[in-house]
Ligand binder design. Structure first.
Ligand SMILES: C[S@@+](CC[C@H](N)C(=O)[O-])C[C@H]1O[C@@H](n2cnc3c(N)ncnc32)[C@H](O)[C@@H]1O
Length: 210
């Protein structure tokens, strides 16, 4: 069973398990969108990659323009019910092959998606590609540390990665393939640091110090 099929099955019950648990972590992560207000007040264009049922939507500042993509129409249908207060377009799309032009977003939100997709390297590279120079990637997800043993998580990965999520993704290995993304913040937030809140910023080729 592919991820699209399993998330179609999960869609009616996803919120029961995930809503509430991550609310404070989502709030903290999405506060980073305030960075779009500096140095001058701006209305940003923000992509939610793997938007799911839209559990981030209540915490988004209303001044920006949003696009949310997901491979699972049943998850998007739930997100639509949460979207009325926002200027947001919700559409099917693959985080590993984004249907957007280069340098077109000010921020990409990747909450509980980078460790879900079959190829996290591609998904992060796609976020890097569609980001404008100086733009941000906001990540909230579970990652192993380089060299971390985590035998149970490695053991269950071959099965659970087909159903819901990978459990053995090493963030540093993924980031190594996105040379224009620099770590601005990296904070352990839950489950003994398995879950991390990470902020990345895209460098400007012309100004690598950005
Ligand atoms: C764990 S949920 C996270 C949803 C939401 N971001 C959240 O924080 O609650 C993972 C989501 O990724 C979606 N998904 C899986 N593979 C995907 C892909 N290749 N591209 C886009 N979305 C994908 C699933 O349909 C599901 O909605």
């Amino acid at each position: 069973m592919g991820l699209k099929h399993s998330y179609t099955v999960f869609a009616p019950i996803y919120d029961l398990f995930v809503s509430g648990v991550f609310d404070s972590l989502r709030t903290t992560s999405l506060k980073e969108l305030q960075r779009l207000q500096h140095p001058a007040p701006t209305k940003g264009k923000v992509l939610l990659s793997g938007v799911g049922t839209g559990l981030d939507l209540p915490f988004l500042p209303p001044e920006h323009d949003y696009i949310g993509i997901d491979v699972t129409p049943a998850m998007l249908k739930k997100a639509r019910a949460r979207s009325e207060h926002l200027n947001i377009a919700l559409q099917t799309g693959d985080a590993m092959q984004l249907p957007f032009e280069d340098n077109s977003f000010d921020a990409v939100v990747m909450h509980l998606i980078l460790a879900v997709v079959p190829n996290p390297v591609l998904a992060l590279q796609e976020s890097q590609r569609v980001l404008k120079a100086g733009g941000y990637v906001l990540i909230l997800d579970k990652f192993l540390r380089p060299g971390e043993a985590a035998p149970l998580r490695r053991l269950i990965n071959p099965v659970i990665k087909r159903l819901a999520t990978q459990t053995n993704v090493i963030f540093e290995d993924v980031l190594a393939h996105s040379a224009q993304l620099n770590v601005v913040d990296d904070v352990p937030v839950a489950a003994n640091g398995w879950f991390r809140r990470i902020v990345l910023q895209k460098t400007n080729d012309a100004n690598p110090a950005l």
